[in-house]
Structures are given as structure tokens and as C-alpha cells.
Design a protein around this ligand. Structure first.
Ligand SMILES: [Zn+2]
Length: 397
């Protein structure tokens, strides 16, 4: 099979402000594959750490092969990779990526600066992903998806916290002591209803992250809808729940090897506990949860919801919201997939079961056009605000 991924330049128009210097960050434990005439580097934030590299080999001076493995098993098939390559001499090098405990899911992307990304032509042959890159002294980054680091999140949170209606806080720590950053938006001191926005439980799910940024920024915008919305509702935003996994290039789990989106019934992981305890504090202070959106990525664009007849307040809220977004698009269908899985430990189920209100898992496809992700998120945020401001009687079955 031969595939070609369109260059991702368009996407940069929207994300240059949020995707910042992603490369030169805190060093991880360095592990260098030794190649003849090609320098391999995984000493940067988000790189495939040594734990995730099973082996490296070079069959000739212009061919290298890297075998990747997940942080632990069993695991969902989400084989993240990120590393830099360079060469003293200018040359074309054929790169082969193999994965264990999964198969190659993400088409390779290349960046010179960690900010601007382009797809490269590749061949996917059974388990192997094969592509050719031009190397020189200046290292290039090769990654499964665009890299969004903990530093990027901190800078994004800092930027949004400059708004007079927003405050930032650290609501807890990851297993390795990294901060779980949150933003709180209180447009009106009397407001006590809360919308919760959650992101990056699963580190490689970058398209979900690319949706969370514009979605949230629209909630905080100066539009009349957003102003009216904030007059009634508060917003809690936790954009990056798994900072250890993000730093270490994990396929899915936190540092304890646990899928955070299966821990919302046990609360055994500090990252999940931080959000749960913070929400409880808001409730103890008189707050009421009314809705939550949890951003992820999968192979297609899909919205996992709670069933209308699950007995929650405002039973048609999510259905009306997503239908309204769907109506805006002639060539795109908003697919709702209702589900109820008690005991599985998924965030949306937790939110519905604990607070008796709707929550959804907002999934963008791995390969969805980046400009579309941005535009759709803005429309989805607009329609959510409008729908949440409707009276219950106005919501249609
Ligand atoms: Zn996910």
C-alpha cells in the first residue's frame, strides 16, 4: 500500500500561537541508537524514551530501522514515536519503523523546528512503516503526530490566565511530581454551575489536543455568546492530565502503567484523584456540575455520549448540541455514539454517575485535517454555549 499525507502547513496558521518551542526542554534519560553516519537523538520532551525503544539497526549506511515498544502491556494500539536524526554529510536515508504490541498507526511527520510539521511520503508494508528523509547537520524531528509538550501547555495556560475572568491553579501532581495545571473561569461571582473541560489523558492523542485549544479559547472569547455564557456558567479547564506520559513519549498510560481513562472508578492514580478532589471542593463551595467535555483522538471523528434515557438532568442537552453542530455542516456528519459502561472507569461515565449530568468524549480522527479540527471546535463550542443557555423545555427530543 502506498500512501501520501498532505502537508500540514494549513494547520500552522492556527496553532503557531500554541505550539511553541517543543524541542529544547528538560532532558529525559538519553538513549542513543548507534548508527553509522546517522546521529539519533531522543533527548527531548515527548521523544520516545529509551524504555520505548526495543532495538535499532542499520542495514547499510543509508538505511536504518527502529523497533518501538510501549511503556507496558497490555495496551491500546497507539504507538507514539518521536526522535531526531542528523548526519554530518548531506544524504537521503531510508527509515523503517516497526512496533511491538501494535502496528504503525500514525503517518510520519517531519519538522525542522518542532513547530512546523509536514507529512512525508511513506509505504506501509505489514508492520513496517518505511519513508525517506533528507538529513544534514541540522537535526530534523520525526514524530507520529505534532509534538505538544508540557511546556506548551504551561505557556498556553499562562496566556489565557491573563484574562481578567480567568485564574490559574495547580490542582495536584502527577506520579513524578509534575503539576496538573487548571484554569478556572468565573465570569460572574454569583454563578455556581460548572462546565468541565479535560484533555490529554492519553499522550499521543494530539488531534484531541488541537481541538481543545480553539474550543476553550472560544469559550473565553469576547463574542456576545461567550460573554452571556460566562455570565451564567463557570468553567474548569484541565488541559493536560497526563504530563508524565506526555514528557516521556508514552503510548497511552501514566508512569504507573495505568490508563487514566479507566481509573475514574478507583481513583488510584494521583492525576485522576486531583480532578475528582478539585471538583468535590467546587461542589462543597456551592458549585454544581452541569456538563463535561473530554478531548481524545481515535481513527475517526466521533462523539461518545451518555444515552438520553440514562436518567440525567437535561436529558436532551448533548443530543441537541451535537445535532445543532451537525446542521452547520453539509459534508460532515457529527456521529454520536451513546454508551453506558458502569465500572469501566471512563471519565464521561464517572461524570454522569457522580453528578447526574451529561459528559462526552470528544474524539477527533488521527488524520483529520488540522484546519477542520480548528474550525469545527469553534463551531462546537459556540453551539454548546447556546445549547447550555437554553431552558430545559426548549431542548427537543
Ligand atoms: Zn483517548
Amino acid at each position: 500500500m502506498f500512501c501520501y499525507l498532505s502537508p500540514l502547513k494549513k494547520y500552522m496558521k492556527y496553532t503557531c500561537t500554541i505550539v511553541l518551542a517543543a524541542i529544547a526542554l528538560a532532558p529525559a534519560v538519553a538513549y542513543s541508537c548507534e548508527f553509522d553516519q546517522v546521529t539519533f537523538d531522543n533527548d527531548f520532551a515527548g521523544a520516545s524514551s529509551d524504555k520505548m525503544i526495543a532495538s535499532c539497526q542499520s542495514n547499510s549506511q543509508n538505511k536504518i530501522e527502529i523497533v518501538l515498544k510501549p511503556e507496558n502491556t497490555p495496551i491500546n494500539n497507539s504507538p507514539w514515536y518521536a526522535f531526531k536524526l542528523s548526519s554530518e554529510e548531506k544524504k537521503q536515508v531510508e527509515v523503517t519503523i516497526r512496533v511491538t504490541d501494535g502496528d504503525n498507526r500514525y503517518p510520519p511527520k517531519v519538522s525542522k523546528d518542532g513547530q512546523h510539521w509536514e507529512g512525508v511520503e511513506y509505504v506501509k508494508d505489514n508492520e513496517k512503516l518505511v519513508f525517506t528523509v533528507a538529513l544534514s547537520k541540522q537535526p530534523i524531528v520525526i514524530a507520529a503526530q505534532e509534538i505538544i509538550t508540557n511546556q506548551d501547555y504551561s505557556e498556553w495556560v499562562n496566556r489565557l490566565a491573563k484574562s481578567p475572568v480567568t485564574s490559574q491553579s495547580v490542582i495536584g501532581e502527577s506520579v513524578q511530581g509534575r503539576p496538573i495545571n487548571a484554569l478556572e473561569v468565573r465570569g460572574n461571582r454569583q454563578a455556581n454551575e460548572w462546565l468541565v473541560i479535560l484533555g490529554r489523558q492519553h499522550p499521543p492523542e494530539i488531534t484531541g489536543a488541537l481541538a481543545l485549544f480553539p474550543f476553550t479559547e472560544n469559550l473565553l472569547s469576547d463574542s456576545s455568546v461567550a460573554k452571556s455564557f460566562r455570565d451564567r456558567f463557570n468553567i474548569l479547564i484541565v488541559p493536560n492530565l497526563n504530563p508524565d506520559g506526555v514528557q516521556m513519549g508514552h503510548w497511552r498510560h501514566n508512569v504507573n502503567g495505568v490508563d487514566l481513562n479507566r481509573d475514574w472508578n478507583k481513583f488510584a492514580q494521583p492525576e485522576v484523584r486531583a480532578v475528582h478532589e478539585h471538583i468535590n471542593k467546587l461542589i462543597q463551595a456551592g458549585g454544581k456540575m452541569v456538563m463535561a467535555v473530554d478531548f481524545h483522538s481515535t481513527r475517526r471523528d466521533i462523539f461518545y455520549t451518555m444515552p438520553n434515557d440514562y436518567g440525567m438532568e437535561q436529558r436532551y442537552l448533548v443530543n441537541n448540541w451535537l445535532k445543532a453542530v451537525d446542521k452547520q455542516y453539509k459534508n460532515f456528519s457529527v456521529i454520536q455514539k451513546p454508551g453506558n459502561n458502569p465500572g469501566r472507569g471512563v471519565f464521561k461515565q464517572y461524570f454522569a454517575d457522580h453528578y447526574n449530568v451529561h459528559a462526552i468524549t470528544y474524539e477527533m480522527g488521527d488524520n483529520t485535517d488540522r484546519a477542520f479540527i480548528n474550525d469545527f471546535a469553534i463551531d462546537a463550542a459556540n453551539q454548546l454555549m447556546k445549547t447550555m443557555m437554553m431552558d430545559n423545555q426548549e431542548l427537543q427530543p
